[in-house]
Ligand binder design. Sequence first.
Ligand SMILES: Nc1ncnc2c1ncn2[C@@H]1O[C@H](COP(=O)(O)OP(=O)(O)O)[C@@H](O)[C@H]1O
Ligand SMILES: C=C(OP(=O)(O)O)C(=O)O
Ligand SMILES: [Mn+2]
Length: 528
Amino acid sequence: MNDASLENPVAKLLHTGQIHINLPVPELIEHALRRNEGVLLANGALAVSTGKYTGRSPKDRFIVSDEQTRDQVDWQRNQCINETVFTKLRHKLADYLNTREETYVFRGFIGAAHKHRLAIQVVNEYAWQNLFSRQLFIEPSEEELENHHPQFTILSAPGFKADPVIDGTRSEAFIILSIKHRTILIGGTEYAGEIKKSLFTIMNFLLPQKGILPMHCSANQGQNGKSALFFGLSGTGKTTLSNASGRPLIGDDEHGWSSEGIFNFEGGCYAKTIRLSPEKEPQIYNSIKFGTVLENVAFSDKSRLPDYASAQRTENTRAAFSLQNVAGAKQPSVGGHPSAIIFLTADAFGVLPPVSILSPEQAMYYFLSGYTSKLAGTERGVTAPEKTFSTCFGAPFMPLPAPCYADLLGQLMHKHNVSAYLINTGWTGGPYGIGKRIRLSDTRTIVQSALDGQLNNVACLTDPIFQLRIPTTCPGISNPILLPWKTWANQTDYQQAANQLAHAFHANFKQFAAQTSERIRCAGPALR
Ligand SMILES: Nc1ncnc2c1ncn2[C@@H]1O[C@H](COP(=O)(O)OP(=O)(O)O)[C@@H](O)[C@H]1O
Ligand SMILES: C=C(OP(=O)(O)O)C(=O)O
Ligand SMILES: [Mn+2]
C-alpha cells in the first residue's frame, strides 16, 4: 500500500462535533434510539426504515477511471466516472460529515484470513449504519484497534444528496469507488447493502492480483472438514442454504479461495427476512437478537414484535447480525478447500432441473453465463423475477473481466478435484406466474444428498436440450420434480420455453467465445 492508502480522512477532518470510534453495540443502539433512527423490538433487534432506497441502486454506482483501473476494469459491465467528479464529491462529503454533531466510525477488517485481510474504516452519518458495519465486518481486538491503519475508507452519508448537474452524478444517490484513493463515497441512499457490496467489489478488484479468487458465494463445512460453496445472485438461496443444520456456517455471501483454503470476507450475515419462519429457517430466525439491525421490517406498534410476513415497505427486508449470533458458526470463519461447488440459479422459465451434475467444462460454461433471475426488491425497479445472465453469479460486484475469475476457479477446481452441481431454486412446472417455486425443504434435501455424495451413484439421464446430467432419483425426494418436463402440463409449452432459454444462453455466451476453449463453448445447451 502506498502512503495515500494510509491516510485517515477522519483524523484530518476539522470536525466540529463528536467522533465516536468503535462504540460497543449497546451504546450504538442507545445512540440510534436517542437520535430517533429506529425502534427497539421485542426480540432485541433494532428496526430501522431506509426510506426511498430499500435496495441497491446499480445505476448510481460508479468506479473511478484512473491509471490504476483504466485498463483493468471491464467497462462493459461497470460504469466509469472521472477523478475530478470523485475528488470534488469527496471534499463535499467530508465537509458534510465534519459538520454533523456526531459521526460514527468503525475500524476493523475485511477478510478473515490474516494474511489477506484489509484494514478498513467506515465513517457513518447514522449510528444504525455504524452498527450495521460493526455487525457485518470483522471486529478488531483491542490491540488491533490500537495499531489500526485503515487501508480503505468508506464515507456513508445518506443525508447528503447530490445535485446531478453540479456534482456529475446520475441522481441524488451515488456510490463511487476509487481504488487509487482507497475510498468509497456513498450518499443519498440509506440502504446498508451498498456498504457491504461496495467493499466486496474492492476485494474482487484487489485479490486476483495476489492469485486469490474472490467469490460471490456462501460457504459451510461438512463433517469431513471439507467445505461447500454456494454461488448465486441475490435471492437464489446463498444465505438460506448455507445456514443448514449439521454444517457449521462459514459465511453467507463473500469468500476468498487461496492456496490455504477458503475464508470469509465478512464477520456477519445479511439475511433476507421476508416470510421468515422459525420452522423453515430456524438458524436465521434464532440469530436475530440484541444487536441485530432489521431493515424495513414491519412490526406491531403494540407488541413491538416483527412482522416478517409483511412486504409493506419492500420485499427486500433484511437482518444484519454478527456471526457470533449464529449457532455453531465457524470462528474464525475460514475453511478447508471445498469438495463441492453449487451454482444456485432461480430459473423463472421453470425448465432447469432442481439438480444436475456438471462436468468441469459445464461448470465453466455455467459460471461464465451466470444464468438466473433478478428477484424482486434487491435492485431498485425489479418487482418480479427477471431473467438475467450475471457472469460469475455476481456481475454487479465483479469489476475485472469475467475470465479473470473463471480461469482461477477452473484451476482451483481441477487442483482440488471439486464436484460441481447446478441447483435450480426457482420455478418448476411452468414459468413464473404459472409454475411454483421449488419448495425450500426439497432444495435442502437435494443439497444435503449432493454434499453427502449420494448423487454420485444414482441413475442419471442427460437432458436433451441443456445436456445436463440429471439424477433420476434422490434420497428423500419422492415427488416427480427431478425431471422438469414431467412437472409441466403441456410438453409443447415446455419444449418451447426450454428452447427459448437455450437460445438466450447462446446469444449471451458469444461475448466469451474468443476467450474460451472449444470444449467449454460446446458445453452449453444444444440448439434446435
Ligand atoms: N427452494 C428454495 N431454495 C432457496 N431459497 C428459497 C427457496 N424457496 C424459497 N426460498 C426463499 O428465497 C430466499 C432466498 O434468499 P437468500 O438465501 O437470502 O438469497 P441470497 O443470500 O442468495 O441473496 C429466502 O427468502 C428463502 O426463504
Ligand atoms: C445484499 C445483497 O446481497 P444478497 O442478496 O446476495 O444477500 C444485495 O445484492 O444487495
Ligand atoms: Mn444473502
